[in-house]
Ligand binder design. Sequence first.
Ligand SMILES: CCCCCCCCCCC/C=C/C(=O)SCCNC(=O)CCNC(=O)[C@H](O)C(C)(C)COP(=O)(O)OP(=O)(O)OC[C@H]1O[C@@H](n2cnc3c(N)ncnc32)[C@H](O)[C@@H]1OP(=O)(O)O
Ligand SMILES: NC(=O)C1=CN([C@@H]2O[C@H](COP(=O)(O)OP(=O)(O)OC[C@H]3O[C@@H](n4cnc5c(N)ncnc54)[C@H](OP(=O)(O)O)[C@@H]3O)[C@@H](O)[C@H]2O)C=CC1
Length: 293
Amino acid sequence: MTENAYPGLPSPPPLGASALPPGTYEGHTVLVTGGGSGLGKAIATEFARLGADLVIVGRTADRLKAAQEELGALGGRVTASVCDIRDPERIAEVFDAAPVLPDVLVNNAAANFPVPAEDMSPNAWRAVVDITLTGTWFMTREFGRRHLAAGTPGSVINVGASYAWTGGPGFAHSAAAKAGVKNLVETLAVEWAPYGIQVNGLVPGLFPHADLPEAIRGNLERTDDDKASRQPALRVGQARELGWAATFLASPYARFVSGHTMVVDGANWQRRNVVNAPVVPVREQLGRGPYGQ
Ligand SMILES: CCCCCCCCCCC/C=C/C(=O)SCCNC(=O)CCNC(=O)[C@H](O)C(C)(C)COP(=O)(O)OP(=O)(O)OC[C@H]1O[C@@H](n2cnc3c(N)ncnc32)[C@H](O)[C@@H]1OP(=O)(O)O
Ligand SMILES: NC(=O)C1=CN([C@@H]2O[C@H](COP(=O)(O)OP(=O)(O)OC[C@H]3O[C@@H](n4cnc5c(N)ncnc54)[C@H](OP(=O)(O)O)[C@@H]3O)[C@@H](O)[C@H]2O)C=CC1
C-alpha cells in the first residue's frame, strides 16, 4: 500500500475565514503570552481579526515590536510588554500598564527542548518547569485576582500538550509541567466559576513553524522527513486552526464550557497500533551515545 494513498482530514478554510460573527471581540482585550511568535501570534491574529485589542507579552523586545506592527495592521490596539513570566512583580507591572484589564488571558508561552531524562541538569528542569507551569500560574493568579477584585468576568485559556496525559519520553520536564498546567485548568475552573471566570485548556498537536527554537525544529527535521504521513490526519496542524479554537473557547458561545481541555491534533494522541513500531530509546532518537561514555 502506498503511503498517503488516503485523503486524510480535509484542509481548513483559508486564513482570514472565521466561524464567529465579525466583531465578536470588539470592545474586548486579550492578553497573549508569547504572542510575538509562533502559535501565540497565530492565536492573537484570530482574536484581532474579530475586533479584539491585544496585549502581547514575551522576553524579546524586537520580536514583540515586529508582531505589534503586524497585528496592529488588523485594526485593533496592540500593546507589547517585555516580561519574563517567571517574574511575578513584572507581571503585575504589565497588568498595571495595560490600557484596560484584559477580558481574556491566553497562557501560551512555554519552554521546551528534547533531552534524555538522565542527561537533564537541575537548571534545565527548573527553566522548563518555571516557565511552563509556574509562569502560567503567576499570570493566571494576577488575572484572577484583578477580576475578583473588580467583580468582572474573564476567560483563561492554558495552552498545553497531549503528553500531559500520556507522558513524553524525551521531554520529562515539559510533560510534567504540562500535566500541571492541565490540572490547574480543572482546579481553577471550579474555584472561579462562581465569580464568572472560565478556565479552559487548548492542546495543539503537531504544528511545525519557522519560529520554533532550533532544539525542537532541528530534531523534528532530522527525525522525520514526512511528518504528515505519521499523523492519522495525514497532515499537520495549520496555526489558524488553533487560533479558531481559542476564539471559540473565550467567546460568548462557549460560556458554559469551563474546566475543559480541547485537543486540536487530528486524533494523533489517541493513535495506537496493536503491534507497535520497534522501540528506539530516546538517546538514540536524539543521536546520543550510551550514557556516561
Ligand atoms: C525525542 C525526539 C525528538 C523529536 C522532536 C519532536 C518535537 C515535537 C515537540 C512538540 C511539542 C512542543 C512543545 C513546545 O513546547 S514547543 C515551544 C518551545 N519553545 C521554547 O522553548 C521557547 C522558549 N525557550 C527558551 O527560552 C530556552 O529554550 C530555555 C527553555 C532553555 C529557557 O531559556 P533560559 O535563558 O531561561 O535558560 P538557559 O539558556 O539559561 O538554560 C537553562 C538550563 O537549561 C539547559 N538547556 C538549555 N537548552 C538545552 C538543551 N537543548 N538540552 C539540554 N539542556 C538545555 C541549559 O544548559 C541550562 O542548564 P545548565 O545551567 O545546567 O547548563
Ligand atoms: N508547535 C507545536 O507543535 C506545539 C506547541 N505546543 C505549545 O504551544 C505553545 C506555543 O508554542 P510555539 O508557538 O510552538 O513555541 P515558540 O517557541 O514559537 O513560542 C514560545 C513563545 O513563548 C515566549 N516565551 C518563552 N519563554 C517565556 C518567558 N519566560 N516569558 C515570556 N514569554 C516567554 C517566547 O518569546 P521569547 O522567547 O521572546 O520570550 C515565544 O514567543 C506552547 O505552550 C507550546 O508548549 C504544544 C504542542 C505542540
